[in-house]
Design a protein around this ligand. Sequence first.
Ligand SMILES: Cc1cc2nc3c(=O)[nH]c(=O)nc-3n(C[C@H](O)[C@H](O)[C@H](O)COP(=O)(O)OP(=O)(O)OC[C@H]3O[C@@H](n4cnc5c(N)ncnc54)[C@H](O)[C@@H]3O)c2cc1C
Length: 546
Amino acid sequence: VSSPVDVDVLVAGGGPTGLAAAVELGRAGIGVLVVEPRVEVLDDRPRAKTTSARTMEHFRRWGLADTLRAAAPVPVAHAQDAVFCTRLAGRELTRFRHAFALHAERRDEFPEAGQQVPQPVVERVLRAATTALPSVELHLGHTVVGARHHDDAVRVRLRDPDGRERDVTARYLLGADGAGGPVGGIVGAGDDGHRGRVTNLNITFRAPGLEELVPRGAAHHWVLAADPGGIVGRMDLHGTWWAVVHGGGTADPERVVHDLIGADLPVEVLATDPWTSRMRLADRYRRGRVFLLGDAAHLNPPWGGHGYNTGIGDAVNLGWKLAAVLRGWAGPALLDSYEAERRPVAAATIDAATAQESRPAVVFADPHLDEDGPVGDAARARVTAALVAKRGEFHSLGLVLGAHYAGSPVVLDDGSPVPPADLEHYRPSARPGARLPHHWCADGSSLYDHLGRGLTLLHTGSDPASGGLVTAARRLGVPLTLLEVPPATTDGVPLALVRPDQHVAWRGAAPTDPAGVLRAVCGALAVPDRPARPAVPIAASARSRP
Ligand SMILES: Cc1cc2nc3c(=O)[nH]c(=O)nc-3n(C[C@H](O)[C@H](O)[C@H](O)COP(=O)(O)OP(=O)(O)OC[C@H]3O[C@@H](n4cnc5c(N)ncnc54)[C@H](O)[C@@H]3O)c2cc1C
């Protein structure tokens, strides 16, 4: 391009995914412009409510976990289960405890439990976080209308709120513009996937007094005997609720809510939001300097609460890689690994959510559910037994924490077994590609709190010089934090390299070619060996014994 570059990264779309990418990049000091048409974040259509334990780990890394929890209107301690009932004021049939990894107490598997929090609250927290980052700019009321791709930059056309257009030249364009944005077309992402057959309805309502009727401890109430049946949860602790009904697209929302409650309470409908499930996986996530992430790249039905969380995972994965390339400590091939690592995770997520698409409330409806006596008892026993099929919707740590990048071109396989795919059960493993298993340190901090912003070299104390990797990192300009850990952290292997996203990139004994290891995990690192530079920050060893 003839004009100079205006910004390193232009992010089309300031939904949760685009804002998360801006936070990841902005924390590394990369210049980012986020372009978002919505000026205000409105509360009446909350959409995502489930923030997974994995997403909360990223919020913790960004220093935002406590901020998000404080902003969430319903604390984790208030409600942790998914309850199945006939109606809200009716009988409880069964419950899945600690659904969506909701725990009030500390767990070993993760430093942060899940959190129920409406999507607009998440977006406000992320907007505030981007505003606080000096290298990030948020252009609200502006829209991306097109882009032209060049070898060394992307020229992006923006429209301002008055309809005036101008071009901005960026080194990279991130399409976080959701299901209907224009960037997918620029990348050539393929067809629109397919849609569920029914139109569902989200309803936000007020029903003072409802809290007295419903069992405590439920984050989600599945109501089976109403027509249409659906899910209800609290938006806050002050009488505002959300409902999602299956196939209620044209129903009268007030009647629907009364039927879900099953008691005579005053109801005020605040907003409705009809929607159809969509299943879609982009054919490709990248064209040259343009990338797709979040709903722009993949869509799944909301069952299990994965949609926005998968987008945050994309943003983190692409964010640290772009920052590393732009900062010069990784080669451009690192960017090829983004699609290789994240597209299979989206495919697994779509599969898990689509399996639950065939199990909405109506499938478990039974005319005798609310009856007293043996006929009712038999119906309730039958339905409760059938509801076991819904377990994976509420317990999916195998996917949420166990998603791994074992086949990635920037992960060095050590030949150890790859944990088998298992939606429900998370099996900690420090094999290359996996998320580093978590533990608590003696001082109460999390192992993750000690990882650096570049690569972290874990060593088990046997070789503090760490197999030549420290010297090689200094020579290559790769930021490396050295961290002594108990042998169990690395499954007993003396050394492991951990990436900024907490995934293991390599592990082994002292390598014969330490620079080769670093080059491989940093995408072939085009820069030649340089003389040692004292400026490369290498953090002091932080001990993390549990
Ligand atoms: C009913 C329902 C319930 C859901 N429940 C859950 C749940 O419990 N858990 C969960 O994880 N997910 C859930 N989801 C999915 C979740 O809402 C989405 O996955 C999430 O919003 C995706 O975030 P995103 O930032 O990728 O896309 P979006 O939130 O769609 O953001 C895209 C942004 O791009 C902007 N944009 C559009 N066009 C342009 C343009 N031309 N230029 C610039 N910007 C543009 C839009 O204004 C928007 O802000 C649910 C979805 C629905 C419909």
